[in-house]
Design a protein around this ligand. Structure first.
Ligand SMILES: Nc1ncnc2c1ncn2[C@@H]1O[C@H](COP(=O)(O)OP(=O)(O)OP(=O)(O)O)[C@@H](O)[C@H]1O
Ligand SMILES: [Mg+2]
Length: 359
């Protein structure tokens, strides 16, 4: 086929290539352009939003494969990636402008929810997305400590100004109460504070709002699902049998409240010796993967026990330690898995949860 004939076919091929974020054919969204064809070699530009940056390379690869298989005569495809802007919708009744709200939860305390929620938020941001982090553990907020953040949020024009970790807005009860102050909450107060965090905080426009859930997630999960459509939840568990049973219960609870389970992460999956880089299985390994398979939810990946991750985050330097390539790697895989899982939720529209009525 001549270059001119290929050129004519190319935009038509986009009828069957969908934008992962909007699930609309790219022939309609105008995200591919600047076509050039020379001796069967196609060049084009692919624009993706900041939300899709974590998987931009994969989307470019599938566009390349799509053109190679659907347009006769194409020998090679060079895709140049570019960033485009698409405004975030307003979700729920509360005026939050965010594309996706992801809760990080577990069926058990102390399995690494807060560490993983903060690490996932920081990694999504490093991969190019606009991210906010909300600590929904109003009883025992630990996000400010992990990120070495302090200060009292100011109120400007009636909105709570979140504290920033670099560029990332963070909101936590830890900013509002003293360090060693104990908080006794009644149900309505808990509901009120979570509502304030979501509705009255100046989050700006976000791609992802990551929510660190408290242990024993029932109440807060219900409050959240009444306020906004949660895009999904990532379940953290450790490899022991008991922890896996609890993870199964957490999954069942979220499915009951119509929140899609985006996947399972196995934390403390073996111990990585900082000297040799070798990983030793302490509690066994792979339990979460088989549990996820058994329950029909995606497995997002494993995070080994890393001494540096614990010691640095105990000193408030999680944002620095997450840049270390050895620590960053598993989180990059988990974040890509999360975005992929979200994309397949978008594609199967029906599974996006609707907010429950406020009781
Ligand atoms: N992969 C890991 N390697 C080393 N230490 C870890 C890892 N994950 C978590 N930790 C450590 O385990 C402890 C508990 O983690 P974290 O506070 O994140 O758990 P949690 O599930 O949020 O706990 P809670 O239920 O109390 O909210 C912390 O000291 C943290 O530094
Ligand atoms: Mg926690």
């Amino acid at each position: 086929m001549s270059d001119a004939a290929i050129h004519q076919q190319l935009p038509l091929a986009l009828d069957s290539f969908k934008d992962p974020e909007s699930n609309r054919p790219m022939s309609k969204t105008g995200q591919v352009g600047d076509w050039a064809v020379s001796d069967g070699v196609v060049s084009c530009r692919l624009s993706l939003t900041s939300m899709m940056q974590p998987i931009a390379g994969e989307v470019a690869d599938s566009l390349r494969d799509h053109l190679l298989t659907t347009v006769p005569g194409v020998k090679q495809v060079n895709v140049k990636l570019d960033i485009t802007y698409r405004p975030a919708p307003t979700v729920g009744q509360i005026g939050l402008k965010v594309k996706s709200v992801i809760a990080v939860a577990a069926g058990k305390g102390g399995v690494g929810k807060s560490t993983l929620a903060a690490s996932i938020a920081l990694t999504l941001e490093r991969l190019g997305a606009k991210v906010g982090l909300m600590d929904a553990d109003v009883y025992g907020p630990s996000i400010p400590h992990l990120l070495g953040l302090e200060g009292r949020p100011e109120i400007v024009d009636g909105k709570i100004q979140p504290i920033k970790s670099g560029e990332m807005p963070v909101m936590s009860m830890g900013f509002l109460i003293g360090k060693d102050q104990a908080v006794v909450w009644r149900g309505p107060m808990l509901h009120g504070s979570i509502t304030q965090f979501l509705r009255d905080t100046a989050w700006g426009e976000l791609d992802y709002l990551i929510i660190d859930m408290p242990p024993g997630t029932g109440d807060v999960a219900l409050t959240l699902s009444q306020l906004l459509p949660l895009s999904g939840v990532a379940i953290v568990c450790t490899p022991q049998e008991v922890a896996l049973l609890d993870a199964g219960k957490a999954i069942a609870m979220f499915e009951k409240t119509n929140v899609p389970v985006l996947g399972v992460v196995e934390n403390m999956s073996g111990f990585t010796d900082p000297e040799s880089g070798k990983t030793f299985d302490i509690f066994g390994k792979g339990g979460a993967r088989s549990k996820a398979e058994e329950l029909g939810v995606p497995f997002l990946g494993e995070v080994p026990i890393q001494i540096k991750l614990r010691s640095e985050s105990d000193e408030g330097r999680l944002a620095d330690v997450i840049q270390d390539p050895m620590i960053a790697k598993p989180f990059e895989n988990i974040c890509r898995g999360l975005v992929r899982s979200l994309v397949s939720q978008i594609a199967s529209r029906s599974s996006i949860s609707a907010p429950l009525p406020i009781l």
